[in-house]
Design a protein around this ligand. Structure first.
Ligand code: FE2
Length: 272
């Protein structure tokens, strides 16, 4: 586990679902995902001057290629801020580990000041839905037990790719975290978990479930329209989320979307 020191209030950047391709020309439903990520990173550079840490919650690559992961690492390297990544349903964890060998960016525990950040792998090979394996559940429980008795930690944030509660569109019925109920049963046994952050459903959400703040962040590329029966793209622009994690456990957060960006998505598509 890494321990990082930050200012009193930790400034954390959440980016998710970058869906990069091996080729920088790669497009997802007509959107060039390298370009859209670069737009997002450019406004991060303009708007945010004091980021302590970055979390990237999966679907890093659309094609799970070595080149796509290298591109992501190059873009993050340019920001020169510590970060960690976890896999989503489009990713290949073994490829991510191969590309990032020695870089430690798939480390699952990071402590910043009095906050413990915990990273979970919810991906299931060949499936869109997510699940916490027995090993991952064991890791979650043992880590939270350790956190609970660690006097240097007061609060915990848990990062995963899949939505841990049902998505807000009919077509999302079967694509979330299969054992989300178990997930909440575990984390609510402890006092320190304050916040869950995730991606996967390509939209901005901020709500409380079982007394835990849940934050979903828009993708850096295409967006999914909420509250519809069938797969529908949203014309909202790509974005990112900033979280300010205070020493007292409070969380101040907002989503920022790129402006001056002309989306070329194909809104007529019925799947992605
Ligand atoms: Fe995604």
């Amino acid at each position: 586990m890494t321990r990082l020191a930050a200012r009193n209030t930790i400034s954390l950047l959440h980016i998710t679902d970058t869906h990069l391709f091996g080729s920088p020309e790669g497009t997802l439903l007509e959107m060039n995902t390298h370009n859209s990520l670069n737009h997002v990173v450019n406004i991060v550079k303009q708007n945010e001057t004091e980021i302590d840490f970055i979390v990237a919650t999966g679907d890093i690559a659309q094609d799970a290629s070595e080149e796509a992961y290298k591109s992501f690492m190059n873009i993050m390297g340019d920001l020169d801020i510590p970060y960690r990544w976890i896999p989503g349903n489009h990713d290949d964890l073994s490829m991510m580990e191969k590309v990032a060998y020695g870089a430690g960016i798939y480390e699952k525990l990071v402590q910043i000041n009095n906050w413990q950040i915990l990273f979970l792998n919810t991906s299931v090979s060949g499936q869109v839905y997510g699940n916490l394996s027995a090993d991952e559940i064991e890791f979650l429980e043992s880590s939270l037990q350790a956190v609970e008795s660690d006097v240097s930690v007061d609060h915990c944030m848990i990062c995963l790719h899949h939505n841990p509660i049902k998505g807000n569109a009919g077509w999302m019925e079967g694509i979330g975290l299969k054992n989300g109920e178990k997930f909440f049963q575990i984390i609510t046994q402890f006092q320190k978990p304050k916040c869950v952050v995730y991606g996967h459903v390509h939209q901005g959400l901020d709500y409380v479930h079982e007394s835990i703040r849940c934050l979903c962040t828009p993708s850096t590329c295409i967006q999914f329209k909420p509250n519809v029966a069938h797969f529908t793209l949203d014309k909202a622009n790509p974005g990112y989320r900033i979280l300010k994690l205070s020493e007292d456990g409070s969380i101040d957060t907002k989503v920022i979307r790129v402006t001056e960006f002309t989306s070329q998505v194909d809104c007529g598509r019925s799947e992605y």
